[in-house]
Design a protein around this ligand. Structure first.
Ligand code: AMP
Length: 208
């Protein structure tokens, strides 16, 4: 968990690779659906463009179906789900039916001015989804993705008005879940400012 720009996607990807877990992110699934112009893509596009949450019935269905596909033997890092109380309860209930539960919730905290700065300089690879900052010394968006050579682009919902709305939605809908998981003794709070590798190190150490 964490606000937009906290580094959830980057860290989830790195921790999943390190700990051999599946990485499941509704934001990635929805962006892919929009790109492929699928039925799901047409259902979610307008919400994403406005910085609003996609309706729960769609999001919960998509994530629970994916969890079924992944199977019960594989551990999963959920990135960007749940994002409100309704989703958290639906997830707990679905896991309970399988005698499973969330083990830990990693909350990455970053101050708001830093979030806005990060989101407005964020570029993503169209091929492998890796994020890069236009503030980095290599200026990778001029050259393409340093990882796979793919074209880099800026997310439509990273424009300033949409960023403001996404932050508002986060504080209203998602931030209350921090207490929900703290009460269950599942919350691990990680300071999200610093080098990417350092933050991954903090998360792995805390999980161990
Ligand atoms: P993200 O890549 O996590 O920043 O998500 C991008 C957008 O996808 C969000 O602004 C929402 O419109 C939508 N989205 C992602 N996760 C959820 C969720 N759990 N519930 C509803 N909408 C979501």
């Amino acid at each position: 968990m964490g606000p937009p720009g906290a580094g959830k996607g980057t860290q989830a990807e790195r921790v999943a690779a390190e700990a051999k877990l599946e990485h499941l992110a509704p934001g990635d699934l929805f962006r892919q659906a929009v790109k492929q112009q699928s039925l799901l893509g047409s259902e979610v596009q307008s919400f994403m463009e406005k910085g609003e949450l996609v309706p729960d019935e769609i999001t919960i269905r998509v994530i629970l179906e994916k969890l079924d596909d992944i199977g019960e033997e594989t551990g999963v890092i959920l990135d960007g789900f749940p994002r409100n109380y309704n989703q958290a309860v639906a997830l707990d209930e679905a896991l309970e039916k399988k005698n499973k539960a969330i083990d830990r919730v990693v909350y990455i905290s970053v101050e708001q001015p830093e979030l806005v700065r990060r989101l407005s300089s964020r570029w993503l690879c169209r091929e492998c989804q890796s994020p890069y900052s236009s503030e980095s010394a290599e200026n990778p968006h001029l050259e393409g993705c340093p990882g796979c050579g793919g074209e880099l682009y800026q997310r439509a919902d990273d424009k300033p008005e949409t960023v403001a709305r996404r932050l508002e939605v986060y504080f209203k809908e998602t931030a209350p879940l921090i207490e929900y998981y703290r009460k269950q003794n599942k919350l691990i709070e990680i300071e999200g400012e610093g080098a990417v590798v350092e933050i991954t190190g903090r998360i792995i150490k805390a999980l161990e």
